[in-house]
Design a protein around this ligand. Structure first.
Ligand SMILES: Cc1ccc([C@@H]2N[C@@H](C)[C@@H](O)[C@H]2O)cc1
Length: 449
């Protein structure tokens, strides 16, 4: 492997308690909120088909029109307590909030720019009340921060001239100042979710980013930072030039999921997911496929079954309201989570062969295994194949009248359990308590006393 000054500084997973807490979340909420919620995907009566939070990049909306939206930002219906209660009812255990998206508008009063909430009609800090409300509900808060900042005069996507480089030094100092300011103002935050770090200019900043990450981790010990922040000595991101993960978990699964455990390379990871195909910020006219609660529950279950966290996105509107489609999804997912959270929280991967009926998860503390059934076979027989020397001690429904199942052995380490209900109304969880058969032979004598 190559010697890197600014590559991965740790091989393998963090095992400290703060990272274990992150690993066991299972389910999180993303909130994309900012000036883009005001136009909501339209301008001058024109429909914008791209991602609503990118409308500034659309030729249908002049940059100065976008940049002046802050003069209209006055979300009178913003109710952080209501948002936090809804997230609690949904079963989210952490939340990621956009403090500053690519447009550079800051939802907190920043000392280092005038382009923030204090200079909008609303005039008050948004991030503080959100952190407070979510902390009060016991939901951990993470801060999304876009390094790319279309508002800052020193921002560059690439460094071509001496002027570029000089301007970018100022931009780097600004970026550091804002990040330290955020950690100073909101010390209960558990981590940062970085975005906007793909630019060539940023990929040259291995040393700066490494030092800044160390500085932030000194400010808040145990701070959790994903793989999307630092470039290594050769500008490689997410994985350094030796293929080692550049952060505490992999942030590569945006609007997509790994298919197998091998795809995860055995790392920690999160999947961040939009409800429509590709809208993070509020778009008033969702077109194309809008995911149902069952689709989102299956993505959540699949993520946990492969040792990841699933983070579902919400895009509040310009008045600070959560749209009705998202409220309905939160309600439906919450109903399922209320009954089945044991199969999600503190659970992860188990190396039993995946079957067509659905997914296995395993509680990392108790070792209890959960079958989460999405697809009932025609014959009602759920196949279970285990590694050798596994005893299936007890199998029963997580919910309802505690029905138990007697596994029918059909081959060595292969069984059927037979569902009797006609139709599955919702994804069904069945509990398996198992033990590893020790390799003692039969007739083992009790110890002589
Ligand atoms: C090409 C591209 C750039 C940035 C994004 C941002 N990452 C997501 C988490 C959103 O913030 C989206 O605007 C998405 C696609």
């Amino acid at each position: 492997s190559m010697t890197l000054e600014h590559g991965a500084h740790r091989i393998g997973k963090r095992i400290d308690s703060k990272m274990s807490r992150w690993r066991n979340y299972g389910f999180g909420q993303f909130i994309h909120w900012g000036l883009y919620a005001i136009p909501g995907g339209h301008w001058n009566g024109e429909y914008y088909g791209g991602a609503a939070e990118w409308i500034r990049s659309w030729k249908g909306m002049p940059n100065e029109d976008y940049d002046n939206l802050y003069t209209e930002f006055d979300p009178v219906d913003f109710d952080p307590k209501a948002w936090a209660e809804q997230a609690k009812d949904m079963g989210a255990r952490y939340m990621i909030i956009t403090t500053k998206h690519h447009d550079g508008f800051c939802l907190w009063p920043s000392e280092f720019t005038d382009y923030d909430v204090t200079n909008a009609p609303y005039g008050q800090d948004i991030i503080g009340p959100l952190v407070e409300a979510y902390d009060a509900e016991g939901i951990d808060v993470y801060l999304y921060f876009s390094v790319m900042d279309w508002n800052h005069p020193g921002y560059r996507s690439k460094l071509e001239t001496a002027e570029d480089r000089e301007a970018y030094e100022g931009f780097k100092e600004f970026t550091r100042n804002q990040l330290l300011e955020l950690l100073e103002r909101y010390p209960s935050t558990k981590g940062l979710w970085f975005d906007g770090t793909w630019d060539a200019a940023w990929k040259e900043q291995a040393e700066f980013a490494d030092n800044l990450a160390m500085e932030m981790r000194e400010m808040i010990p145990g701070l959790i930072i994903g793989s999307r922040f630092r470039p290594d000595d050769y500008g490689n991101r997410h994985f350094d030039s030796n293929g080692d993960l550049m952060g505490d978990y992999e942030q590569g699964w945006e609007r997509k999921l790994p298919d197998t455990y091998e795809d995860t390379k055995g790392n920690d990871w999160d999947c961040v997911m939009t409800v429509p195909e590709n809208q993070w910020g509020y778009h008033s006219d969702w077109r194309g496929h809008v995911k149902t609660s069952y689709e989102l529950i299956e993505m959540l279950v699949k993520s946990v079954s492969l040792d990841g966290n699933f983070v579902m996105n919400f895009g509040p509107n310009g008045q600070g309201e959560i749209r009705k489609e998202e409220r309905q999804l939160a309600k439906e997912i919450g109903e399922w989570m209320h009954k089945n959270q044991k199969a999600i929280y503190d659970c992860g991967y188990i190396d039993w062969e995946k079957q067509d009926w659905g997914y296995y998860t395993r509680n990392r503390e108790s070792g209890e295994v959960y079958m989460i059934v999405f697809n009932k076979p025609i014959n009602g027989a759920l196949r279970i194949k285990t590694p050798a020397k596994i005893n299936l001690d007890k199998i029963f429904d997580l919910n309802g009248p505690q029905k138990t199942y007697r596994p029918e052995e059909i081959h060595r380490n292969e069984y059927f359990i037979h569902l009797d209900e006609a139709l599955l109304e919702t994804p069904k969880v069945i509990v398996i308590q198992y033990s590893e058969a020790t390799n003692q032979t039969k007739g083992y004598d009790k110890a002589k006393t």
